[in-house]
Design a protein around this ligand. Structure first.
Ligand code: NAD
Ligand code: WQD
Length: 340
């Protein structure tokens, strides 16, 4: 039996495929490469010494998904495929809803047709919206994220819940990621954003490697310890292993049906200034920065209560901030132009 990994050529997907292969799970990767390169999977093959089965296709394309389920014995699906740029999602909201919401519905429909019930979804801390207190706990009501991207994650979680009521065999897991950073310790795979990076660590790494002049720190007047925003950064390999734990949890809980959500984070908030300092300490690079105005839509501070994942999934974030920084730099310095 195989696990279908949609979006498996992307940043988190490629690290998860590596973890799955290392745990002797057979995978089929399904990706349209809209935001990734096949090179990531070639490197996963080199690192693991195993072959990755790859199908080029779009989750909105029923015919090609049909063929995948006909040709492979799929037992479960890990669904990463989505568009993920928060700012862009306000410019082209319909494309985000088409890709992220319709794409997920189409995938669930094809799964139903082939009697595949196990579904692990890439959700996000953004589903807690703006009104919940920190740390975020899974029992909190979902909020109203300000971006179409965030709304698409809330919608898919809602769709999973509604679907679970109608199909008693459905077994859904929503993994709510906090801020994944870093790269595989080999420095062979990592995050390869197109254009100007939106996220902090890829931007910082490009400053360190000389591709960008300086980092803009978005706001130093937030009600936090040092005035910059605080986030729960977690190592992408810890996150990848969280998916293996979720898969094991589904196997161990053969009678589970419905949907369960788990926060995947470290449980600690770190400020932007503290990230810059940690990066400088870990890499001995100096980072030039300016304090810039706040970025629209940023929340002052949030982090996870990860107790549920710790207890039920037996998952813990093991890698510390220094390793996150070291591995980010290792990947960036070894691959200044990403996979190109
Ligand atoms: P990514 O862009 O690197 O990976 C997404 C992959 O999906 C890419 O390889 C892309 O080519 C593919 N894809 C997109 N639309 C597709 C479609 N219609 N059909 C087939 N393939 C398609 O992003 P990532 O950072 O690896 O994120 C993976 C998942 O995790 C996404 O669902 C994202 O929303 C979610 N997530 C990411 C973060 C983060 O900070 N990176 C945080 C929370 C949640
Ligand atoms: C982190 C902090 C910025 C860039 C986003 C999505 C979230 C999730 C992860 C997918 C913030 C500051 C950033 C820069 C800066 N993605 N910053 N200068 O905004 O917490 O989360 O990515 O689900 O949904 O919203 O992450 O890395 O963009 O920012 O000062 O050039 O770094 O203001 O405080 P964010 P981020």
């Amino acid at each position: 039996m195989k696990v279908l990994v949609t979006g498996g050529a992307g940043y988190i997907g490629s690290h998860t495929v590596l973890s799955l292969l290392d745990n002797n799970v057979q995978v089929v990767v399904f990706d349209n490469l809209v935001n990734s390169s096949i090179e990531s999977l070639k490197r996963v093959e080199q690192l693991t010494g195993k072959t990755v089965e790859f199908v080029a296709g779009d989750i909105r394309d029923t015919a090609v998904l049909d063929r995948v389920f006909q040709q492979h014995k799929i037992s479960s699906v890990i669904h990463f495929a989505a568009l993920k740029a928060v700012g862009e999602s306000s410019e082209i909201p319909l494309q985000y809803y088409q890709n992220n919401v319709y794409g997920a519905v189409n995938l669930l429909e094809v799964m139903a047709k082939y009697q595949v019930h196990d579904f692990i979804f890439s959700s996000s801390a953004t589903v807690y919206g703006e009104d919940n207190d920190v740390p975020y706990v899974e029992t909190m009501k979902l909020g109203s994220p300000s971006s179409p991207y965030g709304a698409s994650k809330v919608m898919v979680e809602r769709i999973m819940a509604d679907y679970a009521l109608a199909d008693v065999k459905f077994r859904g897991v929503s993994l709510r990621y906090f801020n994944p950073v870093g790269a595989h310790e080999s420095g062979e795979i990592g995050e390869d954003p197109t254009g100007i990076p939106n996220n902090l660590l890829p931007y910082l790494a490009q400053v360190a490697v000389g591709k960008r002049e300086k980092l803009n720190i978005f706001g130093d007047d937030y009600p936090t310890k040092d005035g910059s925003c605080e986030r729960d950064y977690l190592h992408v390999m810890d996150l990848a292993e969280g998916h293996v734990c979720a898969l094991n949890w589904l196997h161990a809980n053969a009678h589970f049906t419905g949907v369960e959500a788990f926060n995947l984070g470290t449980g600690c908030g770190t400020s932007v200034f503290a990230i810059v300092k940690a990066f400088e300490q870990a890499t001995l690079k100096n980072i030039a920065f300016d304090v810039a105005p706040r970025r629209l839509g940023d929340l002052p501070a949030f982090w996870a209560n990860a107790s549920k994942a710790n207890t039920e999934l037996h998952w813990h974030a093991k890698r510390d901030l220094a390793q996150m920084m070291r591995d980010t730099w290792h990947w960036q310095s070894k691959n200044p132009d990403g996979y190109k």
